[in-house]
Ligand binder design. Structure first.
Ligand SMILES: [Zn+2]
Length: 241
C-alpha cells in the first residue's frame, strides 16, 4: 500500500498489522545526455510499484525523498546537490518520525551512489533508536547478478539506462550515448574532479542499453529485494542473530 493514498483512519488501522515502511531515496542529477535528470528517482519508484504488487500487504510505501547528495556530479547542469550533513539529518528525521508512528522496520531503498555515506550514518542512528533497518543500494548489492545481464554498468550506464527504458522509452535515448570508461583514479579527489571522472556525465556502456534488458533486471532484482525483506522479517520476528 502507498501511504499517500491512505486516510488517517485507514493508516491507523493498517498499522495494527504492518510494521515495515519502505522509504525510496533518489537524486536529481545529470545522467549523461541520454537519461533524464530523474533517473535515480524513477528507478526506486518503479521498484516500489512492482514490490507493492507482490508484497504491498506487508510493507507501507512511503513517499520518496527525491533530492540527495552528489558532490561528484554537482558541477554538471541539472544536479540539485544537498549537503551530506543536511541530507543525512533530514533522512534520519524522517526515519525517526516513522519510528514514533510505530514502525519497527524501515527499508531505505536508495537509487543514488552519492547518498551511500550519508545513508550509512542514518542506518546506524535508526538502528540505535531500536529499529531494524534494511538499506539497499541496488547496483552495489546485486552487482554480481546485474553483470550477468548488463556487462557495462555505471552511473547512467547500461544497467541504469536499461531500467529507465523498461519504465518508458521516452525517458532515455541510448543512441545519444556510447561506452564511457573511467580514465582517472577514482580514489583521488580534487575540485570538480567529477567533471573528469564522469566524462559527459555518465559511465558504462549506455549505448548497449535496451528495455528488454531492463525488464530482466527488474525481474531478477525484485526477487533479491524480497529475499532481503524476508531476512529483515526473520530478524524482527524470529530474533535471529
Ligand atoms: Zn543514477
Amino acid at each position: 500500500m502507498y501511504m499517500m493514498d491512505l486516510t488517517a483512519a485507514k493508516y491507523k488501522e493498517i498499522k495494527k498489522s504492518v510494521d515495515t515502511v519502505l522509504l525510496p531515496i533518489g537524486m536529481i542529477e545529470m545522467h549523461g545526455h541520454h537519461c533524464s535528470l530523474g533517473t535515480d528517482v524513477w528507478i526506486p519508484r518503479e521498484f516500489v510499484r512492482r514490490l507493492d504488487a507482490k508484497i504491498g500487504d506487508r510493507v507501507m510505501m512511503a513517499p520518496e525523498v527525491a533530492y540527495g547528495h552528489s558532490w561528484s556530479l554537482a558541477p554538471f547542469e541539472g544536479t540539485i546537490d544537498i549537503s551530506a550533513e543536511a541530507f543525512s539529518h533530514y533522512v534520519f528525521e524522517i526515519g525517526k518520525e516513522f519510528h514514533r508512528n510505530g514502525f519497527e522496520q524501515i527499508v531505505l531503498f536508495n537509487g543514488h551512489g552519492g547518498n551511500i555515506p550519508s545513508l550509512a550514518i542514518v542506518t546506524e542512528k535508526l538502528a540505535d533508536l531500536g529499529m531494524n533497518v534494511l538499506t539497499i543500494n541496488w547496483w552495489v548489492d546485486y552487482r554480481e547478478q546485474i553483470l550477468e545481464i548488463t556487462k557495462g554498468p555505471g552511473h547512467g550506464g547500461e544497467d541504469e539506462t536499461s531500467l529507465i527504458l523498461a519504465i518508458d522509452e521516452k525517458l532515455a535515448d541510448p543512441t545519444l550515448a556510447g561506452n564511457n570508461q573511467i580514465k582517472m583514479n577514482p580514489k583521488i579527489k580534487f575540485e570538480k574532479s567529477g567533471l573528469k571522472l564522469f566524462k559527459d556525465g555518465y559511465l558504462g556502456n549506455a549505448g548497449a542499453a535496451t528495455a528488454e534488458k531492463g525488464e530482466r533486471l527488474y525481474e531478477m532484482m525484485l526477487e533479491l529485494v524480497i529475499s532481503d525483506l524476508e531476512d529483515l522479517w526473520r530478524v524482527a520476528y524470529e530474533s535471529l542473530y
